[in-house]
Design a protein around this ligand. Sequence first.
Ligand code: ATP
Ligand code: MG
Length: 631
Amino acid sequence: MRYDEFYRQSIEQPERFWGEQARLIHWDTPPQQILDQSNPPFRRWFVGGTTNLCYNAVDRHLAERGEQLALVAISSETNTTQEVSYHELYREVNRFAAVLQSLGVGQGDRVVIYMPNMAEAVYAMLACARIGAIHSVVFGGFAAHNLALRIDDAEPKLLICADAGMRGGKVIAYKPLVDAALAESSCPPPHVLIVDRQLDPQLTRVPGRDLDYARLRAQHMDAEVPVTWLESNEPSYLLYTSGTTGKPKGIQRDVGGYAVAMALSIRAIFDIAPGQVMFSTSDVGWAVGHSYNVYGPLIGGATALLYEGLPTHPDPGIWWQLCEKYRVRTMFSSPTAIRVLKKQDASWLKKYDLSQLKWLFLAGEPLDEPTAHWITDGLGVPVIDNYWQTETGWPAITLMPGLELKPVKWGSPGLPAPGYRMKVINEVTGAEAATGEKGVLVFVPPLPPGCLSTVWRDDARYVHSYFSHFSELLYSSLDWAIRDADGYTNILGRTDDVINVAGHRLGTREIEESVASHPAVAEAAVVGVHDELKGQVPVVFATLKQGITESNASVARGMQQCVVDQLGGVARPARVYVVNALPKTRSGKLLRRSLQALVQQTDPGDLSTLDDPAALEDIRRALSRGPEQGA
Ligand code: ATP
Ligand code: MG
């Protein structure tokens, strides 16, 4: 079926459409009711059906593809590669599940997982799913305080951690962070299960509390743990949003709806059939990592490539080398990662045989045109921008090359995915915005399967955060969008990233895009800074590509000119700073609010989601040095 018809059916006859999609997965008991929307904005999909994520991701494939690779875990940090067949995955997940049960973990119990992209993280997630425990993966390497906040919110029965992670050859000990988090937490779990890769020679254990996974695993080598069948709307996992705009929200996912969304999207969006290979470079701690490093490809009977390490280590060709070696068909990454590669020589993109690679999907933040062009030209494969949120769990706006490749339009992630009743509305009147007119991106309930069921233990926050912005009951994405005559949607940034210059409302994102069109610029961040005369003025922070010989001042003048030429004089950046790095969250998103606070010398607020504190120091130095180019 072509996209238009597929989408139309999902909107006009949702119960029929999703009832059909539900057949993509295995149900122990089939659903009795496809959709219950008696209590909006809550909704329940596949009511009465019982299923299990682990069964669909593992057991279901054993008969047909037991010997096929399910997971390839590659670490360019520890220099290891594990090739795991579906049969071996089944064995490891059963061992892990037996260990969990031996520690008293059962249905409905929360388990916090604090590990890098390693095979055992996947085993742990699937083992939780198998026994109906609710996992909450916390990005490994998040600071202790961050971990403590999530522990206190989830109240886990168990914490599973790695002894350490590695980044660019440097060992980052996790266990001291766990110890500190548990000391800070008001409800520390009774046990910590350590998967010890022996990266940290100083690893210490608290007697009685801390247990070694390897030792317990050895006691359960032949374990067969029965699957716990769960009603479709039981919680499967919790995942916190990035915290770019404020305190992270504990997104709660269901079982059946999520499984169906994964089965549908891996095929129709990501164009992956059973036996094909998907490489998602995200971290298991993020939404993309959950859905397309783990559940999506496995539910789809594909091979999932899991990568621990930097895109530039041991060299900037590492990802493409892996694509060649494992005949990757679909790759999924983020604009940030591509911008990191863009600082390197483009010849790295041409070194390997990428004839099997069909698609590169990018998500997580706006994909600027220069970056999109650079990578498309370099790889010679279509780049598919796709828009989603931790809340949605899978793309909400995308092209669907698994069904039909509609034309790629630069700057737009494309069209709504099945089940998303998308609208762009005026933020004041709530009326639908005209074609070409900017508004807030909203979804009319019911949200499709796969999207959040609620905020963990906080239904009120679910309603208040997402559904209380307009007089009508609408899910607000809190992002600006604009639609063209073909229905393609552009995302113009977050609703709180707007600056007001002498009465003109400007999106920081649009100015950033314009600055980034300067050939010397690798990446740019724009914030609005208070100004006596104009209210606010745009201030630019930019990193440059490697090997630029032009002076910083001259590049800065060039950036201002780009903005004037493309957006007009009113958007002209008042000051331009050239810096080495921009402050980002651990998920690679720009932390504009901390940049703005630094410039205005106000409180930078919660910096716990910040990736690299050195970036802030760099900004501080640049500020005290003065701009490359002032007004
Ligand atoms: P928080 O909600 O806690 O502030 P966050 O919004 O950064 O954190 P995520 O759920 O990881 O947490 O990010 C989703 C957001 O990322 C979207 O709302 C949007 O602003 C941005 N985004 C994701 N994909 C795209 C894309 N393809 N184009 C533009 N923006 C995108
Ligand atoms: Mg958000």
